[in-house]
Design a protein around this ligand. Sequence first.
Ligand code: NAI
Length: 709
Amino acid sequence: MGTHLDARIEDGIAILSFATQPAHQPNTFNDATIGEFEETIRPLFADPDVRGIVITSSKPDFIVGADLQMLAGARALPRATFFERVRRMQLLLRDLERCGKPVVAAINGTAVGGGFELALACHVRVAADLPAIRVGLPEVKLGLLPGAGGTQRMPRLIGIREALGLITQGKTIPVGKAAALGLIHEVVPADQLLARAVARARELEQAVQPWDVKGFRVPGGEVHSPGGFETFTGGNAMITKETWGNYPAPRLAADAVYHGLQLPIDQGLKIEARNFVELAYDPKTAGMIRTLFFGMSEAKRLKTRPKSVPIKSYSSIGVIGAGLMGHGIAHAAAINGVEVVLLDVDAKAAETGKERIGAILTEAVRKGRLSESDAKAALARVHPTAEYERLTGCQLVIEAVFEKRELKNSVIERVEAAIAPDAIVGSNTSTLPISGLARASKRPDRFIGLHFFSPVQKMPLVEVILGEQTSEATLAEALDLVKAIGKTPIVVRDGRGFFTSRVFGTYVTEGVGMLAEGVRPALIDNAGRLAGMPMGALTVADMVNIDLSHKIRQQTKADLGDAYQPQPADGVIDFMVERGRYGQKTNAGFFDYQDGGKRLWPELTTHFPPAERQPELEAIERRLLHIQAIETLRCMEEGVVQRPQDADVGSILGWGFCPFYGGIASYIDYVGAARLLAECEALAREHGPRFAPPELLKSMAAEGRALYQ
Ligand code: NAI
């Protein structure tokens, strides 16, 4: 019995069960586990007492791939050393499939990444018939590609077309679908899995992979067949369309399939290893893994929650305002087993909110994401009302009424009169400082900002905002609620626009302001997409409503007085508002909206004539990202955001900032403080003080520091 692997021989069949350390985490491959696997399995190839081998796991999952901590550390190695490590696993799997004895994977649980690659190197794959099991090669989602033969074996097994789609999109699929595609030979009841795998190891006569048989042809056509040609042209177009050229992983994965499939598998594997190493050493990949894997899971697990406060479990909350946000928040609570009192101005408005929740649930049932009985139970947890007394038993109440300070103040007072003295009051305000609203509260220590995003059922982020007096217990218990209703929190301090809206706002304003400089509108929006933003700035401005941007600026101006710094966008926004072109809502903004489509408003260039000389594309891209970087650094300097992890997670989940860098803080580190400083100083000279680098950036540059140490 090894540390990571249990091996026994029963009646001529060796059964290897993975149980890698640490015991409470799923099985992963790292140097230690691969080493033990190799030491255990190699002797079996020649052992005369062994007729066949079965590989399985004694944990709920089969194997979930490489240990990402190890991968992150691997970049410190010389490239050649790392390349040899990748090759070692590849060669081991090559020897495994050519050992002459049947090797069967008994897939008892999720087998993804390196785990599924191991299974692909086996002669037979039998899987347990469990709906939770996923199989596939999701590496590209973390900026990598399958480096243990996946790009070579999967297309040789099921054809280039299907394999290319699965690999370049990092899709994982249930076992039934995998069996239909030919990735799995047999799906059996879970309790018969091992017996069936052993039987197949006994039965199999020719332990040889299709690609090792003389005269092998790729099913469905070779790379240079008409079908292959079509697949790669279509595939490349699709990758470019979806990534805007920003994600190297799908491209390099497709490259490994394209070149590798024209060569014998042993040569193909070398191409795969080379491309894998290239990605593993790209600092963007490191940023992606850090945020998308570690940062997100730490945020979900509430890693920074104050430990001294006992964990609070929620059975009942209240939501005030059953509008766009309120019904979404109530829905999140209800599907997660929490009773919700949903209060609006009158019974009818509250009931309408409940109906909207019903519609979301019905849609989920239709799509097969929710059972009918769960939907029914969730809806029964929503209690619409107009009576504040109904809030009595609520452990926490969130207000999501109109964005008006006086209205919110009076709602807060009425809520507090109805609830227990220790119940928490949260506000979903998007712009009003929390400490200001807390003044309406008789217990500001129990008051907190809980900023959800629209549409709530799709957006996982909640920006948790601390008021000046919010207590640590309130923070901890509010975080418990966020987790309980299936959302991911970041914690920020109070301030205008908090973190997400404040930084995202700079992107929109910068883009809109470019119109006034004579930059072509299409160039502005395309540069945003090419830089890695999910939408162009003008498109977003139309979506959030230009009138709203106008109102927020009026409010900001009123609050800041002389300290308000005019922006080039101000004039453009005034112009649009004067003409009633508010955006999507009015079917007219920077774009005209018609029949579900949109096109740039033709008169836009009449009013904002394009300059004869347009700026370089890269210059616009840089401006659109740097302005967000600068604002993030200001937020960090002011203590609005304290950890780069929060900035990264918040930027990706909140406004879709370039996930391929790993978020906005990772972008800052990617560019590097010295370069960012120099470029922002130049931008400030050309475009004004909004690019002026904050002290934090200056000191980072001077000391050679990064946000992540
Ligand atoms: P909405 O207009 O869709 O809903 C507001 C609801 O509050 C309405 O159903 C209204 O009848 C109700 N209401 C008004 N006065 C009330 C009172 N005295 N008692 C009980 N209910 C009352 O507005 P929306 O978009 O849901 O916004 C609500 C809050 O969420 C605002 O503070 C907004 O700034 C914030 N927010 C909005 C986001 C968005 O994308 N719309 C995103 C994040 C926050």
